[in-house]
Design a binder for this molecule. Sequence first.
Ligand code: AMP
Ligand code: MG
Length: 344
Amino acid sequence: MKRKGILIALGVIVLLIAIFMLFRTDRLESGFYAMGTVPCKVVTYGRDMLEFDGDLSAVEGFVKRMEGVFNAHDKSSELSRMNRSAYDQPFKASGGMIDLIDESRGWVTKTRGSFDPSVGPIIALWKSAAKMDALPTKSEVDGALGLIGFNDFVKVEGHDVSFAKEGVRLDFGAIAKGAIVDGAVKLLRSRGVTGGLVEAGGDAFAFGDRRFRFGIQDPTSREKLMGTLEIGEGAVVTSGNYERYSEIDGKRYSHIINPRTGYPVKNDLISVTVTGGSAASADAMATALMVMGLHAGIELIRMNDGMGAIFVEQVENGFEVWVSKSLKSRLIPDGGWGKNIRTY
Ligand code: AMP
Ligand code: MG
C-alpha cells in the first residue's frame, strides 16, 4: 500500500516536470507586422509560454502606439499634427517625441548634418517628383534646402516644440525604427526578460548573455545572404539603397537624401550595416554613413567608440566589403563574398 502511494507520488512528480518542460521551452519567438508591411520579431530566453504571450502583446501594443506618434505617412499621427502646427504656436508633444528630438539633436551634431530629420520638405519634393515622373527644378530644391536645419529650426522648451521657420517638416524615418526597438527592449526588461532580441524591419537589438547571428542581406538578391554577423549584446542596423528607391524618367533615385545638396544620395555604397550600443544610434549612423560615402564614413565610424560598420561598395566588376577591425572576426561570409572583404 505504502509502495503504491510512493509510485503514485513519483508519477505525479514526473508528470508535473513534463508539463513544466513543455511550457518552459528555452527560446520563444514570434512576430507581427507594423505599419502593414514592416515585419517585427520578438525572441525571449527563459520565459514560459504564458509569460511570452504577455511579452509579445506588450511589445506589439507599444509598437502600434509609437506608430501613432512617428508615422509620417499618417496624417493623424502626432508627428503630422506637430508638422502642421508647430510654426504657428508651440506644440505640446508627448514624452516619446521629446526624447526622440533630444536624441536626434546629438546625432545631427555628431554626423555634421548628414543625418538630419528636418529633411521632410525635400522628401516631399522628391516624392511628388516621382509621382509626376519629372525631376524637381533647381529653385524648388533650393527652396526646400532653406528649410533644412534641425538644430537651428526646432526649439524645445519642456514639452513645447516650436519651429523657427514656416514650412519646416520633420521626418524621423532614419531613426524612429531604431528608437522603437530600443523602447521595446526596455519594456521587455521591465517585465523581467533577461535575454532576447527585438527586430523591426531590419533594425535589431539583442540583449542578455547569448550570442546572436544576424543575416546580412546580399544586396543583389533578396533570397540570399552576404554573410552572418555574430554579436553579443547590442544593435545591428542596415541602411541600403537596393530596396527602397523611386524612379524618375527611367532613373533610380535613393530614398536617402543628402541634406547639404537636397539631392538623393548617389555614391558607390549599396548598403551600410552598423553595430552599436543602441538601435536608435545605429539607425541614425547607418543613414548618415550612406550619405557620407565610404571614405568620410570610415573616418566618422572610427571616431565613435563602441560602434562598427560594414560598408558594401559597388566597384567596377562586383563588390567590395569594408569591415571595422572589431567586427572582422565576427563576420562569417557566405558563398563567394569572403574574397571581397577588406578591413579598416
Ligand atoms: P534609413 O532607412 O534608416 O536609412 O532611413 C531613411 C529614411 O529617413 C528615408 O525614407 C527618409 O524618410 C528619411 N531620410 C532620408 N534622408 C535622410 C537624412 N539624410 N537624414 C535623416 N533622415 C533622412
Ligand atoms: Mg537609419
